[in-house]
Design a protein around this ligand. Structure first.
Ligand code: UT7
Length: 332
């Protein structure tokens, strides 16, 4: 049976570094609080108006193609995972395809927030295994910084998020031992309003009102403790399920590359699973939570730094808004 391999990885973050102290000048927070509760030291924001997630994705895709040893023109399908699309419609994948000169190449947007990369991986894996496409660019890209509440009221959410993009080029593997072994994903919409943006909404007449801006329902809202509890329950549960189904023990894992939402969450999750701390990749200290981009960004960096190598067995769990969650097991 054809397996799907990660042929190459790439990432891109904007150059503007925003430290915790920078945020403490804008609203009531502190470097100490943010580092203690989340592990974040700084994040990246876009420099200028007019830079969307599809713009951040262009260099990420180019780097991934280079690392995969293919030309960008060989990409035959795009999957773009994002919760902050360039526009409500059309999808960011269409904008990206145009920017890459990929006219006619199908582009699918995935709206599954922090689990978006895993949902996209499951789709890409099925496409490749049934020989529908040969070179899928699976992208996670976010521009959060333009949609955050930089006041005391929004501080719990605003300190967490950063901008960035990353890409995995996926294709059929000629090596039976290499590739995507399993991806399991879930959703439970009963938690939808625990981490969401209420407005604008197509259910409202009219869709956008001045009150939405005045009442700040246009900013993300989160019940942090509730999300924390779910994340630290569901990420170990789904990881265990994937490991057991594939007869893999925690000791067999070379690396765990979790979604980067909170360093404390990932420490707790991997402790519950019994993973040695040195096998867990954290880069939240540099980028904050880049949502759909966070797993491929951490994996791409780990490869660049020589920490993740060909043949490594890697577990990638995620949890986020929806609620959505999942885990992937991959042999790099
Ligand atoms: O990407 C996937 C989804 N997101 C997550 O997975 C996030 C999950 N949740 C979390 O990571 C944590 O709940 C947070 C980091 C968001 C918050 O940490 P916490 O330990 O749960 O803090 P808390 O919400 O219980 O708040 C503790 C205190 C509160 O003050 P009082 O009521 O004790 O006086 C907050 O008002 O910290 C206050 N607080 C802040 N203080 C300084 C909340 N945000 C901030 C802030 N700076 N940025």
């Amino acid at each position: 049976m054809t397996r799907t391999a990660i042929l190459g990885l790439g990432h891109y973050v904007p150059s503007k570094v925003v430290t915790n102290d920078d945020l403490a000048k804008l609203f009531d927070t502190s470097d100490e609080w943010i580092q203690q509760r989340t592990g974040i030291k700084e994040r990246r924001y876009i420099e200028d108006s007019g830079t969307g997630p599809s713009d951040l994705a262009v260099p990420a895709v180019k780097m991934a193609c280079e690392n995969a040893g293919i030309d960008v023109s060989e990409v035959d399908a795009i999957i773009f995972a994002t919760l902050s699309p360039d526009h409500d419609f059309p999808g960011s994948g269409c904008f990206l395809g145009d920017k890459l000169g990929l006219a006619g190449v199908p582009a699918l947007d995935v709206r599954n927030q922090c689990s978006g990369f895993l949902y996209g991986l499951q789709v890409a894996d099925a496409w490749i295994r049934c020989r529908m496409y040969k070179r899928v660019a699976l992208v996670g890209g976010e521009v959060h910084s333009t949609g955050l509440d930089f006041s005391d009221e929004g501080r719990d959410v605003t300190v967490l998020f950063g901008d960035g993009a990353a890409c995995a080029i996926l294709g059929p593997s000629d090596d039976d031992d290499r590739g995507v072994i399993d991806v399991e994903v879930h959703a439970d919409g009963s938690g939808a309003k625990e981490l969401w943006i209420e407005g604008p909404t197509s259910a409202n007449v009219p869709r956008i009102t001045h009150e939405m801006i005045d009442d700040k329902t246009v900013f993300p809202a989160m019940n942090g403790r509730h999300v924390f509890r779910w994340a630290t329950t569901k990420m170990p549960e789904v990881s265990q399920s994937v490991l057991e189904r594939n007869g893999v023990s925690v000791e067999d894992l070379d690396l765990v590359v979790p979604h980067q939402a909170n360093k404390r969450i990932n420490e707790l999750v991997t402790k519950k699973l019994g993973v040695a701390p040195e096998k867990v990749v954290h880069n939240i200290q540099k980028y904050g939570n880049t949502t759909a981009a966070s797993i491929p960004l951490a994996l791409s960096e780990a490869v660049q730094e020589g920490r993740a190598k060909k043949g490594d067995l890697i577990l990638m769990p995620a949890f986020g808004s929806g609620f959505t969650w999942g885990a992937a097991l991959v042999r790099l």
